[in-house]
Design a protein around this ligand. Structure first.
Ligand code: GLN
Ligand code: ZN
Length: 746
């Protein structure tokens, strides 16, 4: 084992898995056809990795939906409501729900944009190993072996699995999934014995949970798990893989005290792992898989540096294996598929296939003690001196004091208490998507496309007037995606043609690549906003994506601190906001749904992150008139750890996802000292269900216990782009009725 990777994209170079599963769900292909597509994708991956010269090849990195869900099925952690179903039907019901059977929850995998299916465990959960074909790691191991390829099955480690799980609804208050560790470990033990029986040499147990802060109790569980697995009389060698950060010395010491044969450490995100390793005296008789090729960003590796890191490790480990920092799941499949990229940018990139080649090259250089074959990429990021000079000269990002702003905005806007609005997007109808596709394919002209979008804006404005909303939006029909739309208009960003990455299940995203200094060559949204404003006397809210979200949903250059890149994006947004203001737009929303997502996994690093994230937002929104009202919007997250930071953004109005948590956020924000306007989502837009006016009214009254009526805004949970018009119209009608009713009889 001299070179390896921790995992590989499973969607296929042309998203074959996505299309096959979606056709399966639509009833267009049967189980056999789906399975044969899947088997073909696995075969291609394994043979490709073997042919690339990789010494050890992972298996069980394939999944029809998600590896955590696979684990739940593997250990029979199947909640009662899915038990009547079987096989793939059961599997997909757990992932996506079915008529009358809601899905399991889904949430973000550590600090990535990949989502896993949350295991739901209770005191009655009795783990049991799936057997036969259902025992996926064993089945895949055998499948590869039949092709003549020896693989290392990858499993979600027991500790990480339990830490990612949640207690089932109705579980007793004292119950924690970790209570189930002994039962779970026995299932893993049985699996290891079976794998060993089939000839498996190595197994990889992913324990990324070890890069976050862990309590002594959790570390005790870690010890218990790996002591037990280590002591099994017949088992494969165990590689405990960590990634996304630094493993604490405590956790390393725990692992060192077990019989685990290998540890994987991420040296890209966390060079500190070298110190951690040194501080425990190294792992002299173990294998260290050195994650030196970045598994979650798209830049070519500096192979000499990667080699030097491995060389530094030689004194600290029994054996050093060159590897990726994490699974390659998080990067696109193949750079060769890109034909339109600027060659200077392209020269700096490596996708999954190219990263495998890098691992192999570094391994060879290390083994043969020769310089790494390819030099570090020569091309550098483009520098924009004007942007840099402006940022250097910039003073404090300030806005007027709160009371003055509140008064000025009240005078200009004249809004009623409990003002009603939406989060920005309106349904992206088939027509809109079709027009975009036609335009992209060159079948309709730019003018015809713009006209179609303008017609849509006019329709959305008329609808909002009819419904009686107070602050209108243009509906965002012209935006394919809230990040990509801006990336396409900013210098310093590039788009790929096929750079798809799995986000969840069959859903893939194509993050733009932020490769150079960011600058705004021309206004991006002013025409749309002013056109919309020309159609109504009510205020139209301008709509932008904030700096942190612009980074979080892109691949971002790693040659300067994220904070510096965020300031460049913020400056571009600052200019856009000033242009909007000058064009007569008096309310501007800067969305930051990803503010929570980039929060570092280690608490000690969180304050520094929040400092620059907040500073970037404030830079973007600074210098506008007191009477210009700045909104922000956040969703998809637990806000607990960032509640203070939300206040620090100092937006005049913050709308947040709150419908599913019963408006609790309003009180939480107030308790954290937030004094400006709050728009707690009064209904959940993630489902087509139309809530009644009464239900929304109840939410508003609940919110009013914590906030004054002239600071309370009334809006849905999030944008409406995934909804259809009938339910949107009905829900917004009820929303306006609810606000009116509360205004009339407070
Ligand atoms: N303005 C965006 C929209 O309405 C916000 C999307 C989001 O919060 N993710 O679609
Ligand atoms: Zn949202």
């Amino acid at each position: 084992m001299n070179t390896t990777i921790l995992g590989y994209p499973r969607i296929g170079a042309r998203r074959e898995l996505k299309f096959a599963t979606e056709r399966y769900w639509a009833g267009k292909i049967d189980t056999a056809e789906l399975e044969s597509t899947a088997a073909e994708l696995r075969r291609r991956t394994w043979t490709e990795l073997r042919d690339a010269g990789l010494a050890t090849i992972p298996s069980n990195t394939f999944s029809y939906y998600d590896q955590v869900l696979d684990t739940s099925v593997l250990v029979d952690a199947v909640p009662e409501r899915y038990r009547p179903l079987r096989g793939l039907d059961r599997y997909f019901a757990m992932a996506r729900g079915e008529q009358d059977v809601p899905a399991l929850e889904m949430t973000k995998w550590f600090d990535t944009n990949y989502h896993y299916i949350v295991p739901e465990l209770g005191p009655g959960t009795a783990f049991k190993l799936a057997l036969g074909e259902e025992c996926k790691p064993l089945a895949e191991y055998r499948e590869a072996k039949a092709l003549g390829i020896e693989t290392r099955p990858v499993l979600v480690g027991p500790l990480t699995y339990l830490l990612l799980a949640k207690a089932e609804p109705g579980a007793p208050a004292g119950f924690h999934p970790l209570d189930l560790v002994d039962g779970l470990v026995e299932v893993y033990a049985e699996l290891l014995e079976r794998l060993s029986g089939a000839g498996t040499q190595w197994v990889q147990l992913d324990e990324p949970a070890l890069v976050a802060d862990r309590t002594p109790e959790e570390l005790a569980v870690l010890a218990r798990v790996y002591r037990r697995l280590g002591e099994l009389p017949s088992r494969p060698r165990l590689l405990v893989a960590t990634y996304f950060g630094t493993v604490g010395a405590e956790a390393l010491r725990v692992l060192a005290a077990t019989r685990v044969e290998g540890v994987g450490l991420d040296f890209v995100t966390a060079p500190g792992n070298l110190d951690a390793l040194a501080s425990v005296g190294g792992l002299p008789r173990r294998t260290v898989v050195a994650g030196v090729v970045d598994g979650r960003n798209v830049w070519r590796a500096d192979q000499e540096r990667a080699k030097a890191t491995c060389a530094a490790l030689l004194g600290l480990a029994g054996e050093v294996v060159v590897g990726t920092s994490c699974s390659l799941l998080h990067v696109p499949v193949d750079l060769d598929a890109e034909t339109a990229l600027d060659p200077a940018v392209r020269a700096r990139l490596a996708f999954a296939r190219q990263k495998v080649a890098e691992v192999v090259a570094v391994g060879r250089a290390l083994r043969e003690d020769v310089p790494a074959a390819a030099p570090a990429p020569a091309a550098a990021a483009g520098i924009d001196h004007r942007v840099r000079a402006r940022l250097d000269m910039l003073g404090d990002a300030r806005r007027g004091d709160r009371a003055a702003r509140f008064a000025a905005q009240r005078a200009v806007l004249g809004l009623p208490p409990l003002a009603t609005t939406t989060i920005g997007s309106f349904p992206q109808t088939g027509e809109i998507r079709r027009a975009r596709a036609e335009h992209r394919a060159g079948r309709i002209s730019g003018d015809a496309y713009t006209q179609a979008m303008k017609d849509e804006v006019a329709h959305v404005i008329a609808l909002q007037e009819k419904l009686g909303l107070d602050v209108l939006v243009h509906g965002e029909p012209e935006r394919n995606d809230m990040v990509q739309y801006f990336a396409e208009q900013l210098d310093g960003y590039a788009a790929t043609e096929h750079g798809w990455v799995q986000s969840y299940g069959s859903r893939c995203v194509r993050p733009p690549i932020l490769h150079s200094d960011v600058a705004r060559p021309a206004p991006m949204t002013v025409e749309w906003a002013t056109y919309a404003q020309s159609l109504t006397t009510k205020p139209v809210k301008g709509m932008l994506t904030g700096p942190v979200t612009m980074l979080a949903w892109s691949f971002v250059r790693d040659d300067q601190p994220l904070a510096d890149t965020a300031r460049q994006v913020a400056l571009a947004l600052h200019d856009e906001i000033h242009d909007l203001e000058a064009a007569g737009i008096c309310i501007i929303q800067v969305d930051e749904p990803a503010l929570r997502e980039l929060l570092p996994l280690r608490r000690a690093e969180q304050a520094a992150y929040l400092d620059w994230a907040v500073a970037a937002f404030r830079l973007a929104t600074s210098g506008v008139a007191d009477s210009t009202q700045i909104h922000t919007h956040m969703c998809y997250s637990e806000f607990g750890e960032i509640i203070g930071a939300i206040g620090d953004l100092d937006a005049d109005v913050t709308s947040v996802e709150a419908a599913r948590s019963h408006m609790e956020l309003v009180g939480d924000l107030r308790a954290a000292g937030y004094e400006n306007g709050i728009g707690p989502g009064v209904y959940d837009i993630h489902s087509p269900r139309v809530p009644s006016a009464g239900e929304m009214e109840e939410n508003l009254r609940r919110a009013l216990q914590a906030i004054e009526p002239d600071r309370l805004w009334v809006n849905p949970d999030c944008g409406l782009k995934t909804r259809a018009y009938p339910e949107t119209e009905a829900a917004l009608r009820n929303l306006v009725a609810a606000a009116r009713s509360v205004r009339e009889t407070p």
